[in-house]
Design a protein around this ligand. Structure first.
Ligand SMILES: Cc1cc2nc3c(=O)[nH]c(=O)nc-3n(C[C@H](O)[C@H](O)[C@H](O)COP(=O)(O)OP(=O)(O)OC[C@H]3O[C@@H](n4cnc5c(N)ncnc54)[C@H](O)[C@@H]3O)c2cc1C
Length: 390
């Protein structure tokens, strides 16, 4: 099999990249070892940048049609204050959304397929193929039934998450590493009737509520890994009692749902490209979930990478210039967010400091919105590179 681009990983970063590449007329194959439509370890609060991207790509209607409730207010509790922030219409976005990953990921996957990308689930990629110069020319893997798998491409994109096989096989250099990460435990409660996102911050005790599909609310707690331990209702209720005592009392009288726990990982920024390969999403850049920004960044970088790939494979730009410029823009937009998330998620702050840190977090998102809003629409399909397919 020979493609313009093989994308490894079919979730927010990979499916979105494939969608945009296919819409630009490139031949794309997306591989994932998971089953289509499955859940993953992640809460799913989208920030304005993600909603803007879904709107620009014509997919927000599908998120809304899936019954995802609009979020029109974000309430912060910290240092003894309750600070409600209304979501004012701007950049064409008048509400935030938090679709379950079982809703959002299939919307992107289906849109990629509708745009002409080939998708193949149940294939675990184990290595890249290279030519004598060392340039990556494809991937090798195995199907679920044990049969080997091989696909060739002009570019291999690793969108395979935090434990990226592609990043490991191409020896993608780590250019920045965080100082420590928090742990998160979360579960879904029915009928809480909460409106909007709620974020609560005390030293070594953060929590929040994210309303989502099916009248469920995702309730999470984040703290140092030692405090969260193996997670579950006990640390969640203990942390809620410190950060949102009213909700803690309500939940204490319910039977707890199944819970999932992320035990923490230091943030990192990898160089996201080399000869014949590129990284997007968590594979290239990860920060603690407490900023609730990983999906938003993945949707942003899917478009930045697509523009670089199209300029290279369609318009003939030099690979180093095109992918180098993708990295430069990604890094410029991510640098302050990475830094402030690292401090907040390391839980190394006091009640007196957290207000300023949250303002810095908010400011770090502003440049991203300006850039996304100014991007012209990607040009339509029809420029398929038949000549490039050997
Ligand atoms: C506890 C937690 C809470 C979070 N909450 C939020 C939040 O509220 N808002 C937010 O914006 N972000 C949140 N995030 C971050 C968000 O989940 C990630 O940034 C996002 O999932 C990254 O998407 P991705 O497509 O890069 O990778 P992933 O979603 O990790 O997808 C990678 C895909 O690659 C596949 N794959 C991996 N290796 C291979 C292989 N070798 N062969 C084939 N397939 C492979 C996997 O099966 C997977 O489907 C949270 C993260 C965690 C851990």
């Amino acid at each position: 099999m020979r493609y313009d681009v093989v994308v490894v990983g079919a979730r927010v970063a990979g499916a979105a990249t494939a969608l945009l590449l296919a819409r630009s007329g490139l031949r794309v194959l997306v591989l994932d070892r998971a089953k289509s439509g499955t859940d993953t370890l992640s809460t799913h609060a989208l920030m304005r940048g993600a909603v803007l991207q879904l709107t620009r790509w014509g997919l927000l209607d599908r998120v809304i049609a899936a019954g995802t409730p609009p979020v029109q207010r974000v309430t912060f509790r910290y240092a003894g204050e309750v600070v409600p922030v209304e979501i004012k219409p701007s950049f064409g976005v008048d509400a935030l959304y938090a679709p379950r990953r079982t809703v959002l990921d299939p919307i992107l996957v289906n849109a990629a397929a509708e745009s002409g990308a080939d998708l193949c689930f149940g294939v675990a990629v184990s290595d890249v193929e290279r030519e004598a110069s060392g340039r990556v020319t494809g991937v090798l893997g195995r199907r679920r039934d044990g049969r080997g798998f091989r696909a060739r491409a002009r570019l291999v994109v690793g969108a395979d998450g935090i434990r990226s096989t592609i990043a490991e096989r191409v020896l993608a250099p780590v250019e920045r590493i965080g100082t420590g990460g928090g742990a998160t435990t979360y579960g879904y409660w029915p009928g809480l009737g909460t409106e909007g996102y709620e974020w609560n911050f005390r030293p070594d005790a953060a929590s929040g509520i994210i309303p989502t599909n099916d009248d469920l609310s995702c309730v999470f707690a984040s703290a140092t890994p030692g405090r969260i331990g193996r997670g579950g209702p006990a640390p969640l209720l203990e942390i809620l009692a410190e950060t949102d005592p009213e909700m803690a009392s309500r939940l204490a009288t319910t039977s707890p749902p199944p819970m999932r726990t992320f035990t923490g990982c230091r943030g990192y920024v990898r160089r996201p490209w080399g000869p014949g390969w590129a990284l997007v999403g968590d594979a290239g850049y990860f920060k603690d979930p407490l900023s609730a920004h990983g999906i938003t960044d993945a949707l942003r970088d899917a478009e930045l990478l697509t523009r670089a790939v199209v300029s290279m494979l369609v318009d003939g730009a030099d690979e180093r210039d095109a992918l180098g410029s993708y990295q430069a823009t990604r890094d410029a937009l991510s640098s302050s967010l990475f830094q402030v998330t690292d401090i907040i998620a390391g839980h190394r702050w006091t009640d007196r400091q957290i207000g300023d840190l949250l303002l810095r977090l908010n400011a770090a998102m502003a440049d991203e919105l300006d850039l996304l809003a100014e991007l012209p629409a990607l040009s339509a399909a029809g420029r398929r590179l038949d000549a490039s397919i050997g």
